[in-house]
Design a binder for this molecule. Structure first.
Ligand code: TA6
Length: 312
């Protein structure tokens, strides 16, 4: 195996590899880390520190990855869990800046790994206090800690390394894989106020669980608890828990936006739903010098009771 690794992958394996739990290789045309624990596995692209795949033990893929995802240097990959930092959505003041910040398509540095019985962990960092080429006039360190156990836990920490207060927005932009969007219900949003990105205006509020029947792009506020995606066709329920976040983004591009995006694949929108642990909308994070903030999302899956066999 080691024979086919590039020198940098060999060095990563030597420094951070953990037998049977953490190894480095190439996938999708770029360097990735493969983590395994208790029969579960994940793939993490080092570019963007982006989890691209999560397969729990004895289950199928939990994350959606576009079948036409374009992997390339400096190109955000459509799917998995892109890291939106240090701003969510369009840059608050400069339209020349990329949407969702500059780290999701930048190289991150592996800074830690660990493995124990049924658990594997990788830590990556993006030091924006020295990456002056971003043009971002602040000094901060972003760290992503990815832990695989009987759930997938991803934590994005920000440390303000500047001498002024730092305000950020951010999201772990999770693309969940679903059997078919027509059989999906999202629960835990009932009664939560949300900003409708498709119809800017006052906060809205729905009392019912969410069914997706067209483009949806909502930033739920005052939304701290776990939410659930029930997927009839896949006969499973995904729990999305979080900490350090009072906002959750729900997004499906549907037909027209998918066509504009160009990298969703044929009817890709039917097989995905984004449920994003975020600090977005009015839920901004302000850090004093030296202060740290941690945003965490935890994904876990249960198999729905086998659909009762109808007697017809
Ligand atoms: O999280 C929802 C959203 O902000 C949508 O408005 C849409 O733009 C989506 O993110 C994807 O953004 P991207 O820059 O990855 O195409």
């Amino acid at each position: 195996m080691g024979g086919d690794l590039s020198p940098s992958l060999k060095a990563l394996d030597a420094r951070w590899g953990r037998p049977g739990a953490v190894r480095f290789t190439e996938r999708y045309g770029g360097p990735v880390a493969l983590l395994q624990a208790g029969g579960a596995s994940i793939v993490i692209a080092l570019q963007g520190a982006q989890v691209l795949s999560y397969v729990p033990a004895n289950m199928s893929e939990v994350l959606w990855l576009s079948p036409v995802a374009k992997f390339g240097t400096g190109k955000a990959v459509r799917g998995g869990v892109p890291v939106c930092w240090p701003w969510f959505g369009p840059h608050p003041g400069d339209t020349t800046q990329p949407a969702h910040g500059f780290v999701r398509s930048a190289p991150w540095t592996v800074t830690g790994s660990a493995a124990s019985q049924n658990r594997a962990r990788l830590v990556l960092a993006f030091d924006a206090s020295t990456n002056l080429q971003t043009g971002w006039p602040h000094r901060a360190l972003a760290e992503l800690e990815i832990t695989l156990s009987d759930a997938l836990t991803i934590s994005l920490s920000t440390e303000n390394r500047g001498s002024d207060d730092l305000e950020i927005t951010q999201a772990l932009h999770t693309y969940l894989a679903v059997g078919d969007i027509g059989g999906v219900t999202a629960e835990g949003f009932e009664g939560r106020p949300y900003l409708d990105q498709l119809a800017p205006g006052p906060m809205r509020n729905d009392a019912e669980p969410v069914r997706v029947t067209g483009e949806i792009d909502r930033i739920y506020q005052e939304c701290e608890g776990p939410v659930f995606v029930t997927d009839e066709k896949s006969a499973r329920r995904i729990r999305i828990a979080k900490t350090g976040s009072r906002s959750t983004v729900l997004w499906n591009p549907w037909v027209e936006k998918s066509a504009r995006l160009g990298d969703m694949g044929k009817e890709g929108y039917r097989r995905m739903l984004c449920v994003e642990a975020a600090n977005a909308g009015n839920d901004k994070v302000t850090l004093t010098p030296g202060e740290r903030h941690r945003l965490t999302t935890e994904l876990s899956v249960t198999v729905s009771k086998a659909k009762s066999k109808r007697n017809d």
